[in-house]
Design a protein around this ligand. Structure first.
Ligand SMILES: Nc1nc2c(ncn2[C@@H]2O[C@H](COP(=O)(O)OP(=O)(O)OP(=O)(O)O)[C@@H](O)[C@H]2O)c(=O)[nH]1
Ligand SMILES: [Mg+2]
Length: 349
């Protein structure tokens, strides 16, 4: 692979180059770091949107609706679907997780699934790197779909400018989620399958939970607290994501029936509003800056680990000490100390 040639093709918007670049990056093939370094300067055009939520909540259906709407507005969209491959399912579910037939043949849409198998550096890192490639290739929106409401999804969602949490009535997941810490990671809540009973109740629960959390956060600021409390008593605009009195983002809660496209305009509007708020409040800059910090650390971490296992004496030393570790004369910690001390003193293969 010639990274410079690939970069040029990528910038020229050639789809084949994009597919190639992604595969080089995903598999960590030689030159992948040069490729990513090469696109770094051209990043920042795309808006990155994370869609997360429990299995079967309708995330893909919702994403497909968003993609159609963005396409109608003349925007190019990249979609990354994280496949929750486990050793047990072996990725058999993949085809099912991203059936977006209506947009699959559109040249302005690029859909990629990524398996959450263990790679050095982790899925979150490779997702961010693939997003960079889509950004560099000129896509206007990058939507990342992740399944689940745990820490792994939060990590992935940290690549996003805006995170949408999709919940559904009647599943119990909603309440579980509200109790977990994942709530904080979301900017917009989509209560999907609103054609089913319980959607309004769930929306109410979300609003109350957000309200309680806000109340706690502002316990020592009586003026805001009172203002918020009185507004919450009746007003609807808070739930619709108006800007808070102190300039904070107030979460939008949107009811959707993704299967029929209902609520999609509201969701799009909430996404736009959130982006405006991000830009106006300086949060976009802050988030991107924080992301660059995390990214740089991840890249340093991965490079250091790779160097250690590929080029240092660590593996050889461990092999040489293994008998002693097995029969208890040495602990793994003793060996780690010896490895590290050796590295600090410049030990090589
Ligand atoms: N009743 C109803 N069904 C819906 C709605 N949106 C999606 N569905 C259905 O819910 C099922 C799951 O939809 P998906 O979009 O695949 O859900 P998902 O969250 O992407 O699923 P995973 O990726 O497997 O976690 C499908 O059968 C959809 O047709 C909705 O608003 N109402
Ligand atoms: Mg899906």
């Amino acid at each position: 692979m010639d990274p410079d040639l690939l970069l040029a093709d990528l910038a020229a918007g050639k789809t084949a180059a994009l597919a190639r670049a992604i595969s080089v990056v995903e598999n960590g093939r030689p030159g992948f770091e040069r490729l990513l370094a090469g696109v770094h300067r051209s990043l920042g055009h795309a808006r990155r949107i994370g869609i997360t939520g429990p299995p079967g909540a309708g995330k893909s259906t919702l994403v497909e609706r968003l993609v159609l709407a963005y396409r109608a507005a003349g925007l190019r969209v990249g979609v990354i679907a994280i496949d929750p491959t486990s050793p047990f399912t072996g990725g058999a579910l993949l085809g099912d997780r991203i059936r977006m037939e209506s947009v699959a043949l559109d040249e302005g849409v690029y859909i990629r699934s990524m398996a959450s198998r263990g790679s050095l550096g982790g899925l979150a890192t490779s997702t961010r790197e693939v997003s960079d490639l889509l950004d560099a290739a000129g896509f206007d929106r990058i939507v990342v779909e992740t399944v689940g409401v745990g820490q792994a999804e939060v990590d992935v969602s940290r690549m996003a400018d805006t995170t949408v949490l999709v919940l559904v009535p009647e599943s119990g997941d909603g309440i579980q989620t509200l109790k977990s810490g994942v709530m904080e990671a979301a900017d917009i809540f989509a209560v999907n399958k609103a054609d089913r009973p319980g959607a309004d109740t769930l929306r109410h629960e979300i609003e109350v939970t957000l309200g309680i959390r806000r109340g706690n956060a502002y316990r020592n600021v009586p003026a805001h607290h009172g203002y918020r409390a009185s507004r919450r008593a009746g007003a609807r605009e808070e739930a619709e994501g108006a800007r808070g009195a102190d300039g904070r983002w107030e979460h939008a809660v949107v009811l959707t029936v993704a299967a029929r496209g209902e609520g999609n305009d509201e969701l799009m509007a909430a996404l736009d509003r959130h982006h405006e708020w991000l830009a106006r409040s300086g949060t976009l800059e802050q988030r991107r800056r924080r992301r660059m910090l995390e990214r740089t650390r991840e890249v340093v971490d991965r490079a250091a680990r790779r160097w250690m296992w590929d080029e240092s004496h660590a593996d050889r030393l461990i092999a040489a000490r293994l008998d002693e570790v097995v029969d208890g004369r040495l602990s793994p910690y003793d060996v780690a100390t010896e490895v590290l001390d050796g590295l600090k003193q410049g030990a090589r293969l």
